[in-house]
Ligand binder design. Sequence first.
Ligand code: ATP
Ligand code: MG
Length: 415
Amino acid sequence: MTRLQPVRGTHDILPGEARRFRHITETFRRVAEGYGLAEIATPIFEFTEVFARSLGDTTDVVTKEMYTFTDRSGDSITLRPEYTAGIARAFISNGLTQDAPCKFFAWGPMFRHERPQKGRLRQFHQLDVEVLGVAEPQADIEVLALAHDLLTELGLADKVTLELNSLGDGPSRAAYRAALLDYLHAHRDGLSEDSLNRMDRNPLRVLDSKDEGDRRIVANAPILTDYLSSEAVDFFAAVREGLAALGIPFTVNPRLVRGLDYYTHTAFEFTTDALGAQGTVLAGGRYDGLIEQLGGPATPGIGWASGIERLAMLIDEPPAAPRPVAIVPLGAAAEARGLKIAHDLRRAGFIVDMGYRGNMGRRLKRADKIGARAAVIIGDDELARGIATVRDLDSGSQSEASLDGLAGALAAFRP
Ligand code: ATP
Ligand code: MG
């Protein structure tokens, strides 16, 4: 028998939630365009190596979460688990390096095979921002300001905290890596198997572990901030000063690391305590090595992604949709004429709903249910006189209007 429930971890976006989504994506579009970003879209699937090489093959996403399959041509394909790798690939393969700096925004579905729970799905949606080709901390400041503006416009400024850290540059990371590795080796008895497997290849990964035992050990581990090169220290100071100058509140969290390998310098998360365990609503950082790691020319980059489902759970009900006018024709002749009237009214800028069937009572009930602002009632008798009855569904008052002048008579009900 056909299984009629959606696949575990996926969900249907019914009209009520679709409206919340649209409020979020439209607000995002408006704010992003205000920062001079251009919209981009890349395919939902890519060759697996695009993700494996950019995210890093010790990361949770690559080792456990990707939807990977061999297609009919024998290629290994992966449904995108995030946007940055695809945009970086597009930047290289379209030769956009000539156009740098490039400032992009994008949004769409992402796929990760995770354990589904509130705020954690297998198909979810992200807003995404990427600025490519800018090494200056001004880009970090603006990308963070954009995130802050978006969350403010969505009414979430008071519900979130910006946590900020610096992961340093190459030399900082090398010095820190050695110190951290010493520490982890000294505490290897208490580490999870996952962490033991990863630590020699990528000890920073252990800092991001969600395992309780790992977390206890990590709590006393050396801190990256103490190993930053003087360039990295200056860079981080410039970012913090820039944010302060724009009045954007943040806290420095020296233990913040990000789950993917490609981050350098600035790393950040906007977190909330209103969503239980899934507290990160927006996260990102600088990834100066990524484009080169993928085979492109050395190009710095910075960006972030935000889960739309998590934002949708946090925002208030968005502004109500504009209300339609309902056509209520009674009798065959009026029904035929009703379609033409509806057509003309739509061309005149109205939102018009047709009920298609039922007597007057049933059609008016539907008009009420869909929140119609007014009804245009056309009976055979009225049709013969070339008029319709216009009923204001809020006040209940009604008046007659000539069929030729309906758009004018309905002017107050135009959305
Ligand atoms: P988490 O720590 O919650 O697993 P992450 O570090 O894996 O998050 P990113 O890869 O940085 O998340 O993705 C950016 C944002 O996308 C997250 O902050 C979150 O809002 C959202 N997100 C990530 N994974 C999921 C998921 N499985 N379901 C819903 N939203 C998600
Ligand atoms: Mg995750």
